[in-house]
Design a protein around this ligand. Sequence first.
Ligand SMILES: NC(=O)c1ccc[n+]([C@@H]2O[C@H](COP(=O)([O-])OP(=O)(O)OC[C@H]3O[C@@H](n4cnc5c(N)ncnc54)[C@H](OP(=O)(O)O)[C@@H]3O)[C@@H](O)[C@H]2O)c1
Length: 350
Amino acid sequence: MRYRLLGKSGVRISEVALGTMTFGEDWGWGAPPEVSARMLDLFADAGGNVIDTADVYTNGTSETILGELLKGRRDRFVLGTKFTNQTDPDDPNSAGNHRKKIVSSIEASLRRLQTDHIDLYWVHNRDVLTSVEELMRALDDQVRLGKVLYPAVSDWAAWEIAEACTAARLRDWSPFTAVQLRYNLLDRSPERELLPMAGASGLPVLAWGPLAEGRLTGKYLSGHTGRVTEAGRPYTRAGSDDIVREVVAIARELGCSPAQVAISWVRQQPGTVIPLIAARTEEQFRDNRAPQPAAPGPPRRTQPSHARVPRGCHAGGLRRRRGLRRPATRHRRPPRAGRAPHHHRHLGRL
Ligand SMILES: NC(=O)c1ccc[n+]([C@@H]2O[C@H](COP(=O)([O-])OP(=O)(O)OC[C@H]3O[C@@H](n4cnc5c(N)ncnc54)[C@H](OP(=O)(O)O)[C@@H]3O)[C@@H](O)[C@H]2O)c1
């Protein structure tokens, strides 16, 4: 496992993060505690240290399961949870980004997680009714109380994140330290505004939905089922199935799983882009084992820095369809006997 930096904080974060929205069966499509435990252990054994949950995931069960599983080893992880979404349908103040919601949500999360502080405290969503000054000051108070180490933000527009960070810096409050957004081969919209903003601001990006809720494994094309039931945009736009077919074809060519190809693509984007990997079963989790990066070698003159292709993924179709450039010259040598083709060597264990 390689580590990146949490912005300018100096905190080391693994290049792959564990998503735990599937921890718990309350929503009808998650994993029971024993399977969740297995996934966490596999992740930790591989050196993973970033864990992502939320107060609303599986109605709080995700946090409760994590609280139990992290006993005795909590400090080894960079533990993140979120607030914003409604937790009590009878209480209008149980949703939002206002101070009252933050104070009640953080206490509930700390209880369920059995810890006295949250490393990354994520604003889960936008709340157009709460001013950024109210939000950033309330978060800063939690930082000063020691209950939050780093505020972070999910699913906001780039200009809103920039505005909030500027407002915080002007007043010497804690700005956001990381950004979370949906990013995968079927939804590359963050490339327009959010990724450039994150890069320019030194904010690491945690990419959720790297498999487009499982679509990029190709299983829906072959008639398998999963949690996807509704027709979700942009996943159902024309051409989406073609992209999935390309991913499956590349995986076949490389001898890895389509999930690995899709996750690898996210992980190898420029800047600090960390895929949030998640699964419902241990088998899926093993299948998603993130490829290890290649050992750093001399820069390849023929490989343009903007060639955003998973290392080793040479099938041209994906590049052509997605507007990715082929390296100017690239000759494929047949693999030497007794040795994996060189692109396979990049696909190790998580
Ligand atoms: N900030 C936010 O607003 C936000 C939103 C969503 C998620 N997140 C975070 O990001 C994490 C990942 O998001 P996500 O769950 O949407 O990620 P995803 O990787 O796109 O989808 C994961 C789902 O795909 C299916 N799957 C996974 N591996 C598979 C495999 N090898 N073969 C076949 N199917 C497989 C499973 O669902 P089935 O078995 O049911 O098909 C699994 O639950 C979450 O756990 C959460 O921590 C954040």
